[in-house]
Design a protein around this ligand. Sequence first.
Ligand SMILES: *[C@@H]1O[C@H](CO)[C@@H](O)[C@H](O)[C@H]1NC(C)=O
Ligand SMILES: *[C@@H]1O[C@H](CO)[C@@H](O)[C@H](O)[C@H]1NC(C)=O
Ligand SMILES: *[C@@H]1O[C@H](CO)[C@@H](O)[C@H](O)[C@H]1NC(C)=O
Ligand SMILES: *[C@@H]1O[C@H](CO)[C@@H](O)[C@H](O)[C@H]1NC(C)=O
Ligand SMILES: *[C@@H]1O[C@H](CO)[C@@H](O)[C@H](O)[C@H]1NC(C)=O
Ligand SMILES: *[C@@H]1O[C@H](CO)[C@@H](O)[C@H](O)[C@H]1NC(C)=O
Ligand SMILES: *[C@@H]1O[C@H](CO)[C@@H](O)[C@H](O)[C@H]1NC(C)=O
Length: 545
Amino acid sequence: MLSLAVLSLAGVALASIERNFAYDSPSFRAPRLALRRDLIKRNHKRWEYYDGQLDFPYNVASGDPLWDSVILWTHPVPSTPDPRPVCLEYQVSNSNDTWSDLVTSDQVWTTSDVDYSYKVEAKGLTPKSTYFYRFVNCADKSNASPVGRFKTTPTEDDEDVDKVSFGVFSCSNYPFGFFNAYGNVARRDTIDYAVHVGDYIYEYQGDGCTSEHACYGDGRDIHAWQLVWDDHEVADNTWKAGSADSNDTIAGTYSNVSFTERKAHAVKAYFEWLPIRTVETDDALRIWRSFKFGTLADLILLDTRQYNRDLTDLYYNTDDVKAIQDEEARSLMGGRQENWFYSELKNASTRGSQWKVVGQQIVFANLATDNVDSWDGYKANRRRVLDTISENKIDNVIIISGDSHANWVSDIAYDNKTDYNPATGDGAYAVEFAGTAVSSPSSFGYNSTLNGPYPPAYYLAAAQKLVNTTGNEELQWTEGATRGYFELHLTRSEATATYYGIADVRTRHSDEEVLATFVVEDKANKLSRPVAGGKVAGGALAQRT
Ligand SMILES: *[C@@H]1O[C@H](CO)[C@@H](O)[C@H](O)[C@H]1NC(C)=O
Ligand SMILES: *[C@@H]1O[C@H](CO)[C@@H](O)[C@H](O)[C@H]1NC(C)=O
Ligand SMILES: *[C@@H]1O[C@H](CO)[C@@H](O)[C@H](O)[C@H]1NC(C)=O
Ligand SMILES: *[C@@H]1O[C@H](CO)[C@@H](O)[C@H](O)[C@H]1NC(C)=O
Ligand SMILES: *[C@@H]1O[C@H](CO)[C@@H](O)[C@H](O)[C@H]1NC(C)=O
Ligand SMILES: *[C@@H]1O[C@H](CO)[C@@H](O)[C@H](O)[C@H]1NC(C)=O
Ligand SMILES: *[C@@H]1O[C@H](CO)[C@@H](O)[C@H](O)[C@H]1NC(C)=O
């Protein structure tokens, strides 16, 4: 009797909310975004947790893998509403079959104060290893979440790493369709990590989904995520002081508060719902960060949206922004992030890291599309990036982008293209792989009467026109008919990007096709010729002479 009582008390006392990051502010400089654990504990002073069944409607997720740790996330819901805290034990195992011999585990609480978000760091892991994880109800260990999987990174100095791969996603807009892309990558099982370059959620409501983050949990449990936000995690076309429909004098369509308030709430929700680490705790809302994969690659993730971006196109000011797009002082990132980015690029090169993958939101290439919400609206910032690459002779920079709801593959040269040869690619300094949306409608056009895409011929004609347009010489392939994603595989000899197209996302299905495959050879800093092997299954390949 006695030992039983002691045991069960121990279980209650050991579990705590200290390790649940959902209570923290994304930044120590914004303590008003954190919840005070001491007050929460006082509110739950009976110190007992819910002992009924738990559901896991939002699945599980992992993110920000390092060589020895990872962030694990879930969001349990009591089957019967109950005011008491919920206690979950997270479990990490080497195998999906055994949950008795655990690599690491702990019991941690969550409460309704954070809407039951549960976010912990699992430590003590081994580099380059695949793990399985799940969450079990402390009150009934047979009541378990779905099982997720992740891989730790190699250590920074690991010279034996000879391949690493990423799935690259952007623009997952639930009201416009299903996230078939996530499931397809999981089933094929050929990537190590999943990168989302933003618009992981949208602020819009629709189609049976009224609470935004809650609608975005499907099919994302098979890989660790490396996420950075774009505009819609807060609002459409954000910049540092507003968005298309809001600022600190106008509240905006989807909220009744000023932009600053709205942004703070959106950032708090993002940190509660996504498996991302707090990056640098003394800096307001910083999300830009990097990952190292031995000496094979660095992944440098930027925030060209929320952190410190100068004025963008807000639809009512397009001509004003066009008038200043050449201004030297304009920045997409702010001085501090720009300096960090250039320092990261140089350091990656100095330490002998082969590939420098730059994950960021908006299309980087110089295009004649008149879109000043992309890098074309910040030309001096783009030139500073190219200056850093050329002056420091940095090889193997690959830019991966999202935001645009279409596919764009380009050599990257200076805007004046003085030394660039579009036929051979000579004179390029880097390559950009920009991917289409997981489900947002094509930026080439969308039939809103039908609430679906136009016929394929419409998109093919639009793509052909784009690759033939004067000013688009860097652009080697574009495609706007399909939704999808791409995989980026890096080896010691080459980088390969394979684009997958999904014709329709209005139903759940697994159909997809390989649209095109591109190769960048080590130290070539341009797309290999013939581009895409001279053959694509969709979109328009440029014919450059
Ligand atoms: C773990 O095993 C279960 C039961 O066989 C299976 O349904 C699930 O897909 C597996 N999960 C992973 C991540 O392999
Ligand atoms: C705020 O936004 C509204 C439109 O949403 C715009 O008319 C107004 O000029 C903006 N104010 C400032 C100070 O930018
Ligand atoms: C904003 O306030 C109005 C008036 O109180 C209300 O009708 C509307 O639902 C609110 N909108 C949001 C997004 O909360
Ligand atoms: C780059 O390396 C220098 C010298 O070691 C260091 O001072 C700097 O902080 C590094 N930059 C970044 C972004 O890590
Ligand atoms: C083209 O741009 C580069 C980089 O800014 C510059 O060095 C070069 O002088 C420019 N060429 C012309 C013809 O303007
Ligand atoms: C858009 O969809 C409507 C309804 O199906 C159809 O009548 C119309 O022809 C479509 N428009 C185009 C340009 O395909
Ligand atoms: C684009 O150029 C190619 C070859 O140069 C040509 O075959 C194609 O018809 C052109 N497309 C358009 C829309 O001008």
